[in-house]
Each structure stands twice: as C-alpha cells, then as structure tokens.
Ligand binder design. Structure first.
Ligand SMILES: C[S@@+](CC[C@H](N)C(=O)[O-])C[C@H]1O[C@@H](n2cnc3c(N)ncnc32)[C@H](O)[C@@H]1O
Length: 446
C-alpha cells in the first residue's frame, strides 16, 4: 500500500462510538455529532470504529464495521459461512437470547412510542429450533461470468445482488441439500440466463419448486428438470409469465401440500403459492398461545379476520360455538372451506372480503361476535380497528408481523375503544432475521 492510500484509509476511519440500537435492517445504530450512522455488523452496547460506505446523506451515513473495541456479551461467531454477504440472515452474529431480547425491546419501544401503550404482562417469548425452520423462500438466480457463473441465493433487498449458496442453514434441510444439484442442473439448461427465480414451498408431505422462466424450455430442458424432480422426490411447477400461468411440470397434475396441527388433530391442505406460516414449529406453538389467550368456549362466536387457509379458524372451531373466517384472497377462502370439510369441522364458515375497503359494508361489522382474532399483513388492521364499535368484543387477540402497525392499532384500541392491553410478547418465527412476530391480547375495559 502506498502512502497516499494509507492516508485515505486512515482519514475515513471513524473515532470510537457506542452503538445504541439495531435498525430495521439489523445494522448497528450510533449517533455522531447528532447525525445517525448505520454500521453493518455492529451490535447494541458495542464500542466500535467504522468506515463510511457509499454516498453520505444529510440525515444519516451508512458504514461498515472497522474494529470492535468493546464487544457485546451477545456477540457470537456466525454459524454460516455466507453470513455477512448473503441477504437471508442479518443477526447470526448475535446469540439466540440476544436476538429475542432485541425483538422484545423493539416491540416494547414501538408500543410505547407509537401506541403510548404498555402491556400489563409480558408473555415469555415463543422459541423453537433456530436452524432448518424456513419452509417458504424465494431464491434469485443469476448468471454473472465474473463471479464464476451461475448464482443461486437470496436476493439482497433493493438490489439485484445475489450471493451464491451451496447450502443454507435456515432453509428446511430437505431443500438445502438440493442446492449443489440445482446448480449442476441449471448449468445444463439451455436458457440458464433466463431463469430469474425459484419459489420454494415445503409441506410435511413434500417439497415444491416453482421455476420462473422468461423464455420457453426446450424438450431436453424439461426432460432434465423432470429427471431432477424424480431423483430428488420433489415436485416442479413452471411459471412462464405472471402468477396465473403456473402449471405443474412433474407430476403432471396438481396435488396439494399439507401440514399438521398436531394438538388440534387437524391437517391443512394448501397450494404451493398459498400463504402459510414460514416456521412450522412456531406456528404450532402460536396456535396454542392464541387459543390459550382467546379462551374460546362453546358459548363463543369468534371472528377470525385475515384468516388465510383457516390456520387459526379451524383449531378455534374445536373449542367455540361458531367461527367465521374472513379473507381477501378468494383461492384461500376456497381452500379454507375444503380444509374445514376434510377435517370434519362444521361450525367454521369462510367468507371473502377486502378488509381494507372501507366503502363496503361487509357482514363482519354487523353480525354479533364476542371474540376477535386478527392476523393482518404488515400494513396492519387500521380500517378494521377504526370500525370496531367501542367495547364490541370481550377479547381481541392480535397476531402481528410488524410491531409498528401493531403499536399504532394497539394505541387506538387502548385510547379510543376502551380496551386494556393485558399481554404482549414476541414469537421467534424468523430466527437470525430482523423480522419481529408478536402477539397482543386485549380485554374489554370496565
Ligand atoms: C399474515 S397472513 C395470515 C393468514 C392466516 N391467519 C394464517 O395464519 O395462515 C395475512 C392474510 O391476510 C390476507 N389479506 C391481505 N390483505 C387483505 C385484505 N385487504 N383483505 C382481507 N384479507 C387480506 C392475506 O391473503 C393473508 O392470508
């Protein structure tokens, strides 16, 4: 290194700073002279130096970790050799307890700051195996000559970069072990440069790959894909255009995936493209937790909004007098009805409604229910909460994948609708990632 380069490097190295938090991307947050710096790889409580990376902005800088002066007691050696480069996991350098503690703090801070609400009781976090849990994934595929050819891996958010994976510790291991063979297969396919992604869906009974391709496969390509599917006992679907064009390649006709909800003796059937909870072990624990706190009895009429395939509706039906599941995806509504029938459940009904469409007076606002379960997408349930009449439900259980929208909705329930936030806690649906899944319980006030 010549003298000039050394000077530049030295000049860009920061003073020592204390990291106070993690941002939603999992980067350490520090403040220098009032300006925020996001330092990738740094953990809360650590004293570090860093180097500014990329363009400086008026309100914040992004930086990479240069040196750890004082390490966090939560810092551990990441298990995965791709950590730091792969877009899949962000927190493998933090112990499992550290991750959970951070997720719980994030929930607490959001509830206080956004909702001005504090639970009367904190639930113990729901945890399960940290590895091999992921049953849904979208893997990017890209051909980059300079990086050794075909890359298959998680796409980085807001970037087209893919880091090649030959294995993945968080993916269901039935899928991870296929990655080397998948590379070999795609190298032989005529249009390997025209396959942008593979969607993976895993059930208890099988593994399905949906391969998006921008040009038609040749008959030789299809023969190789079928051989791969047979050899590895998986199913392959092809997607030449939008989601409506998905068709089975092998086997040649559609068949459904399944998962069990053991404690309720229920088997859920689903299509490979349907929404399902990513982590099957946490899903089972979460269903038990929902039932424990919703306390459905044979006198209860329960409303399950954003019900999907009936993941909660059907277990609740085994305890309640009646459950109505409302869902905005028509295909899921049909699957939920089929699931009720196949499991011999006759007191669950499913209806289609767009729960974000305020203008439509849908049944769910009128009919009398005494308990409510909500499991909305990331944007939360603002319109639903707004239209709940004061004290309408004895109990509301809210399952959330976004603490900020949960906090916003909790604020309205507590401060405008006369509910008490009796319990809240996190569930580790996505270990090693920054995603925070939580559960909150509300009871009608006096
Ligand atoms: C987090 S998922 C929960 C699904 C289900 N409770 C489960 O555990 O599998 C959210 C659900 O909300 C549905 N959804 C999204 N937007 C909606 C809308 N505007 N109206 C009704 N349902 C909607 C999705 O289709 C999805 O099934």
């Amino acid at each position: 290194m010549n003298q000039a380069t050394t000077k530049i490097k030295e000049a860009s190295l920061s003073q020592q700073v204390t990291v106070t938090d993690l941002n939603h991307e999992g980067h350490g947050v520090a403040r220098v002279d009032g300006k925020v710096v996001f330092i990738s790889g740094a953990l809360p409580g650590e004293v570090v130096t860093y180097r500014i990376k990329g363009r400086r902005r008026r309100k914040y800088d992004t930086a990479e970790l240069a040196e750890i002066i004082t390490a966090s007691p939560d810092r551990i050696e990441p298990e995965c050799k791709y950590f730091g480069k792969c877009g899949g996991c962000r927190l493998q350098h933090m112990s499992a307890q550290g991750q959970i503690k951070w997720k719980q703090n994030t929930l607490k801070e959001n509830l206080q700051r956004i909702g001005n609400a504090e639970p009367e009781n904190w639930l113990s976090p729901l945890t399960a195996s940290e590895w091999g849990y992921r049953r849904k994934a979208r893997l990017g595929v890209k051909y980059v000559e300079k990086q050794g050819g075909l890359l298959i891996g998680f796409r980085e958010k807001q970037s087209s970069r893919i880091n090649d994976l030959q294995e993945c510790l968080v993916l269901d291991q039935r899928v991870s072990k296929l990655l080397p063979g998948l590379h070999e297969l795609f190298k032989k396919i005529s249009c390997y440069e025209k396959i942008p992604q593979i969607e993976i869906s895993v059930g208890d009974n099988k593994v399905v790959f949906i391969i998006r391709h921008l040009v038609p496969f040749t008959s030789d390509d299809e023969a190789m894909l079928i051989e791969f599917a047979k050899l590895n006992n998986i199913e392959i679907y092809l997607q030449p255009k939008g989601p409506n064009t998905i068709i089975p390649l092998w086997p040649t006709s559609d068949s459904l995936l399944t998962y069990r909800i053991e404690q309720s003796d229920i088997t859920i059937h689903f299509r490979p493209t349907s929404f399902t909870q990513v982590n099957s072990e946490i899903n089972q624990k979460m269903i038990s937790q929902v039932i424990k706190y919703l306390e459905p009895t044979k006198n209860d009429r329960v409303l399950d909004l954003f019900c999907g395939l009936g993941n909660f509706t059907l277990p609740i039906a085994k305890h309640a007098k009646k459950v109505i599941g409302i869902e905005g995806d028509d295909i899921l509504v049909h699957s939920a009805r089929d699931n009720a029938e196949q499991n011999g459940i006759t007191n669950a009904e499913f209806t289609y409604a767009d729960l974000f469409d305020e203008s439509r007076a849908t049944d769910w606002r009128i009919v009398g229910y005494n308990k409510l379960l909500l499991d909305p997408p990331r944007s939360g349930a603002k319109d639903v909460i707004a239209s709940i009449t004061k004290n309408a439900f004895e109990k509301i259980v809210y399952v959330s994948c976004n603490p900020s929208t949960l906090a916003r909705d909790a604020g309205v329930l507590v401060h405008e609708k006369n509910y008490r936030l009796t319990h809240a806690g996190v569930m580790d649906m996505f270990p090693h990632t920054k995603h925070v899944e939580s559960l909150a319980v509300f009871e009608r006030g006096e």
